[in-house]
Write a protein that binds this ligand. Structure first.
Ligand SMILES: Nc1ncnc2c1ncn2[C@@H]1O[C@H](COP(=O)(O)OP(=O)(O)O)[C@@H](O)[C@H]1O
Ligand SMILES: O=C(CO)[C@H](O)[C@H](O)COP(=O)(O)O
Length: 515
């Protein structure tokens, strides 16, 4: 954010709810992050492919981290609050109390997480309809979107959940409601995950065709019939109750939210790259691809006109950058896959001991171990006879096939630290090759991408970044501000406060590339 004539002592709070943790940041009007805090959140996997969370646990974590980042600050200087979150489904009853999304009737677990694949039969039936809304999700709806999950609830938890439900929220919208009492939904979540069209609104025929005509009958009150652009100011701002919870003052501006990948995209895609000799300098912003790499990776490319890319979500109008169409490629598990491979290996306990002894993360240790064993050749050559196919949780893009599974070829009997390091490298390479596969599909459909802008937890891993550059053949830009997703969330708060006219105005020099 470059504030021009704004006074320097104006602050914004961004809250980012990822899959594994909640983070908050205090950001000034130049986009500089002044304080950071994080807090893990609970996850349940009651059966294979069922992933659940608790909206109360998530809100409690939001309160802990927000209180931490504003410690010692004059609260009157905090002008706005923005949330981003994973696109998980939150279910509340008519009095806004949590409802169980499980057979155990545990109402604490009232969130079906984005990576939950329980609704396979439902999504297959939805895709068989070939309804025109599917054109705007890459031609095939993902089991990770909300319509199949809603249908699953109706078909499987009719009495305990569906009939009692009063409100179905995307997690980013739940958070903005919790902060303000306003049930308006963000255009971002409704367009990207719920089949809403920025131009045409809800399509009654879709909901009737898939057996969820209930929503049409009550004029979409349960899933949202007031829709606002991300960054729009909600109601009267923070309610007194939420202000107490968060340790902020009532009435500060709260923004309509973004999905986490979109906040990351917003945080990096507009970076000022002048003077860094990058190929994208002087090229339109549409030549950039933001890749947000956390538990999953999301590949966000924007265009002036709609581009239909088979197997890549979108095109979504104004869902990330106002006035631009968005295509969103993705890999459902990337950070989670790396963790799965590393933690499941027989040499993991040895790795932990050795990394701890050096006060390093296991990834930093593995990266230096690869450097040790690579001998004269570049590190990438260590995997000439070991290969990973990374679709352990299906393929989101560009194959859009949730039935795909993972694969490793070239395994030997030895299970020492060298093997673990090489398996880790092969996994990182497979993920980078997946990104190249997505870029090729986007380019074949009309995108022209020259530069990658990476953010998210995996962008802290130099090997991951290098492999993306080597394998795609494109320069990879990292923002000066490592926590770019949080900058995106804070931009929403800055926009809602009225200090900035739009989310693009917040893009500025302070968020240029790292040197
Ligand atoms: N310092 C680090 N070095 C290497 N990898 C990291 C680091 N920090 C996080 N990661 C990776 O990033 C992933 C989590 O990213 P994060 O953005 O925190 O996830 P989420 O937003 O989904 O909660 C982890 O699975 C881990 O593999
Ligand atoms: O579908 C998505 C965005 O549209 C994301 O994959 C989902 O929100 C999870 O994000 P993360 O990997 O950062 O936890």
């Amino acid at each position: 954010m470059s504030g021009g004539e704004q006074k320097p002592e104006r602050y914004y709070v961004g809250v980012d709810v990822g899959t594994g943790s909640v983070r908050a940041a205090l950001v000034d009007q130049s986009g500089v992050l002044l304080a950071f805090a994080d807090q893990p959140i609970k996850k349940w996997e009651p059966q294979f492919n069922h992933h659940e969370q608790s909206s109360e646990d998530i809100w409690a974590a939001c309160c802990v981290v927000t209180k931490k980042v504003v410690q010692g600050i004059d609260l009157n200087q905090i002008r706005g609050l923005g949330f981003d979150a994973t696109c998980s489904l939150v279910v509340l009853d008519k009095q806004f109390r949590p409802l169980p999304v499980n057979h155990e009737e545990d109402s604490h677990r009232n969130v079906i997480m984005w990576l939950d694949h329980r609704a396979v039969s439902q999504v297959n039936r939805i895709n068989e309809t070939k309804h025109s809304v599917l054109q705007y999700v890459g031609g095939v709806m993902s089991v990770e979107m909300q319509a199949p999950k809603l249908l699953w609830l109706k078909e499987n938890l009719r009495e305990t959940c569906w009939d009692k439900a009063g409100h179905f929220f995307d997690l980013p919208d739940f958070l903005s409601w919790k902060a303000t009492g306003v049930t308006a939904r963000s255009l971002c979540s409704l367009v990207c995950k719920w089949t809403y069209s920025a131009e045409r609104g809800w399509d009654d025929s879709f909901w009737k065709m898939i057996g969820l005509e209930d929503f049409v009958a009550d004029n979409y009150s349960k899933i949202g019939n007031q829709v606002l652009p991300p960054g729009a100011s909600l109601g009267n701002g923070l309610t007194p109750e939420a202000a107490r919870d968060l340790g902020l003052l009532p009435g500060i501006a709260v923004a309509a939210s973004l999905i986490d990948a979109h906040a990351g995209g917003l945080g990096v895609i507009g970076a000022d790259v002048k003077g860094h000799g990058l190929v994208c300098e002087g090229q339109p912003v549409t030549s950039r691809l933001a890749v947000i790499c956390g538990t999953s990776s999301c590949h966000m490319g924007i265009s002036k006109d709609p581009i239909f890319v088979p197997g890549v979500w979108g095109p979504y109008f104004s869902a990330m950058v106002p006035g631009f169409w968005l295509n969103e490629g993705g890999q459902s598990v990337t950070g989670k896959l790396i963790d799965h491979m590393v933690e499941g290996h027989a040499a993991f306990p040895e790795l932990q001991v050795k990394a701890t002894a050096r006060c390093q993360s296991v990834y930093a240790y593995l990266n230096s171990h690869l450097d040790l064993i690579k001998k004269a050749q570049p590190v990438g050559f260590l995997t000439v006879d070991l290969h990973v196919w990374p679709d352990f949780h299906g393929n989101r893009s560009p194959l859009a096939d949730l039935t795909l599974k993972g694969m490793v070829t070239g395994l030997k009997l030895s299970q020492d630290l060298d093997d673990l390091a090489i398996l880790y490298l092969a996994t990182v390479q497979a993920i980078a090759l997946g990104t190249r596969f997505i870029i090729e599909a986007m380019e074949a459909a009309g995108h022209s991408i020259s530069t990658l802008f990476l953010c998210g937890g995996l962008s802290k891993n130099p090997l991951f970044v290098q492999m993306h550059a080597d394998i795609t053949g494109m320069p990879v830009v990292l923002s000066q501000e490592v926590e770019s997703v949080l900058v995106g969330a804070a931009i929403l708060g800055a926009c809602a406060s009225g200090d900035f006219a739009s989310v693009q105005v917040c893009w500025g020099e302070s968020r240029g590339p790292r040197q």
